[in-house]
Design a protein around this ligand. Sequence first.
Ligand code: NAP
Ligand code: GDD
Length: 334
Amino acid sequence: MKTALITGISGQDGSYLAELLLAKGYQVHGLIRRSSTFNTSRIQHLYQDPHTPNPRLSLTYGDLTDEGAVIRLVERIQPDEIYNLAAQSHVRVSFDSPGYTADVTARGTLNLLECIRHSGKRTRFYQASSSEMFGLVQETPQRETTPFYPRSPYAVSKMFAHWMTVNYREAYDIFACSGILFNHESPRRGETFVTRKITRAAARIKLGLEDVLYLGNLDARRDWGFAGDYVEAMWMMLQQDAPDDYVVATGETHTVRDFLDVTFDHLGLDWRKHVKIDPRYFRPTEVDLLLGDSTRAREKLGWAPRVRFQELAKMMADADLAAESRICKSEGRI
Ligand code: NAP
Ligand code: GDD
C-alpha cells in the first residue's frame, strides 16, 4: 500500500485529492492547522462515521511554517508521495499579508523539499504551482515555456516555490513535479473566490435572503475548470517514469461577467439588478487574462478536463441553492 502526505488536505483540492487517493487504496496522511472553529468540513465525509475514523486517513496538527513539526511528520510516516497543496492561496489577501504569504507559500515549500533531500527515501513530490505566475502574460495561450511575470505577493511566492522544486529536481535528483494549474472551482471552493462568491450570492438572492452582491473587476478573464478533474492530473504526474512540469487548463477563457450570466440565468435571475461594484475588491495589480495550453498534460499524461465552463457554473449554483435551502428549512424559514 502506498503512503501519501497531503498538506492543505482541509482545502478544496486537498479534499478531492484525499478522496481520489483513498479510492486508489493509499494510506493518506494530512497536515491540518489548529483553528478556533472546525476546519475539516470538506473531509468529514471521508471518515466512516464521526466517531470511527477511517483507518486509512490520518490527520496531524501542524503548520507548514513549523519546520520541526514538518520534519517529524515526514520522518514518522515515510511517505512515497507528498502533495504540497497548503498555501495562503488568496491573491487579494496576499497584498495585505505579503510576509505571511511568503512564509507559507514560498518558504513552507522549501521546508518540505529539505525534508525529502535529507530523508534518503525516494519520496515523490508534487508542488501546487499556479497560472498566477504568468501574471502580466507574455504570450497567449500560456504553456510551460511561457516566461513568468508575477503580479502579486502570492504569485511571487509561488514562483519561488516553483523554481525551488525545479532546482531540487536538478540538483539532488528528487522526483519533483510542478503542476501549473489554472483556476479550478467546485461546490467546495472557498467562499471568497469570485466563482463561489457569485454562486452562493445568487442562491441567496433566489431565496430572498439577500439582494445585493458586491464585486470588483468584472472584465478579468480566467480559464476555469473543475477541481475534481485537476486533482487527477496531480496524481498522474507522480506516476510517470520521469518528473516534469505541466500546465493544467481547459483551453477556454471567460470573463467574470460571463460567469455571472450563466449562474444568474440558470437560477432565473438578472444579475444587473443585484451586482454593485465595490473598489475594495480591485487589486493593486490585476491579472487581466489567463488561458492555458495543456498539450503536454494531454499528450504525456493522457489527461483531459471533463467538466466545461457552463456545466461548472450550473453545478456550483445548484449546490449552493440546495445548501442554502437546507439551512432555510432547518431554521423553519421555508
Ligand atoms: P484552499 O482551499 O485555500 O486550501 C488551502 C489549504 O492550505 C487549506 O487546507 C489550508 O488550511 C492550508 N493552509 C494554509 N496555510 C497553511 C499553513 N500555514 N500550514 C498548513 N496548512 C495551511 O486552496 P485550493 O483551492 O484547494 O488550492 C490548493 C493549492 O493549489 C494551493 O496551494 C493554491 O495556492 C494552489 N492553486 C490553486 C488553484 C485554484 O484555482 N484552486 C490554482 C492554482 C494553484 P485551512 O483549511 O486551515 O485554511
Ligand atoms: N475574489 C474576488 N472577489 N475576485 C473578484 C471579485 C471579488 O469580489 N470581483 C472580481 N474579481 C476578479 C479578481 O479581480 C480576479 O481577476 C478574478 O475575479 C478571479 O479572482 P479569484 O476568484 O479570487 O481567483 P484568482 O484568479 O485571483 O486566484 C485563484 O486562481 C489562481 C490560479 O490562477 C486562486 O485560487 C489562486 O490560489 C490560484 O493560484
